[in-house]
Design a protein around this ligand. Structure first.
Ligand code: SAH
Length: 204
């Protein structure tokens, strides 16, 4: 997975590569599909949701340029794998999941693997952020929004970075949004296909 899916496609941050090498991805995939854990594709995790393709998780993590001292908001915990990767790269992760069964699965997986030390999974609508711990040094959104949610931009620190897929169901842009000295700068990381972001600032 590391060499062929990540390094060969340009992922080079050594901290991201180490986190992805060390975190047992199979522990986050439900038993029936566990044999697909290291394949180059998203895998079903129940409730109509998926764990992202490894390359996408790595790319999103790399785009945030985390150095270890940050507080990160993740929107869309799913099975908790991406939160585990972010937890290895930052000081603290708050991961919001809208489906109660998945929020439970994510916290269970993180606890079982002993990776829950600096990660808190909360259940609710993360499309409007999670004001309790705001502002965040970095925000990682794992579901596609119709447009960049204003609440998330507000809850992003200055300086800060957000990575978010934006666009309709089958055709989205993965955007990296940088806030610096009061200015917002956006760049396209890649084209992608995520499950929809639901909730107040997501899709109905
Ligand atoms: N981060 C996961 C991927 C999860 S898929 C990984 O490790 O690969 C995206 C998740 O976003 C789904 O679990 C979905 O239920 C969740 N989601 C969708 N809209 C949401 C919202 N408004 N708030 C929080 N989670 C949301």
């Amino acid at each position: 997975m590391i060499e062929r899916q990540l390094e060969a496609r340009g992922i080079h941050d050594p901290r991201v590569l180490r986190a992805m090498r060390e975190i047992p991805r199979h522990e986050f995939v439900p038993p029936a599909d566990r044999y697909l854990s290291y394949e180059d594709e998203p895998v079903a995790i129940g409730f109509g949701q998926t764990i992202s393709q490894p390359y996408i998780t790595a790319l999103m993590a790399e785009c945030l340029e985390l150095r270890g001292a940050e507080t990160v908001l993740e929107v869309g915990a799913g099975c908790g794998y991406h939160a585990a990767v972010l937890g290895a790269l930052a000081a603290r992760v708050i991961s919001v999941e809208i489906i109660p069964g998945l929020a439970e699965m994510a916290s269970g997986n993180l606890k079982r693997t002993g990776l829950n030390r600096n990660i808190e999974v909360v259940c609710g609508d993360g499309s409007t952020g999670w004001p309790g711990y705001a502002p965040y040094d970095a925000i990682s959104v794992a579901a596609a929004a119709p447009e960049e949610p204003a609440s998330l931009l507000e809850q992003l620190k200055d300086p800060g970075r957000m990575v978010i897929p934006v666009g309709p169901r089958w055709d989205q842009e993965l955007r990296v949004i940088t806030k610096s000295q009061g200015q917002i700068h956006t760049r396209l990381a890649t084209y992608c296909r995520f499950v929809p972001l639901r909730g107040g600032e997501g899709w109905p």
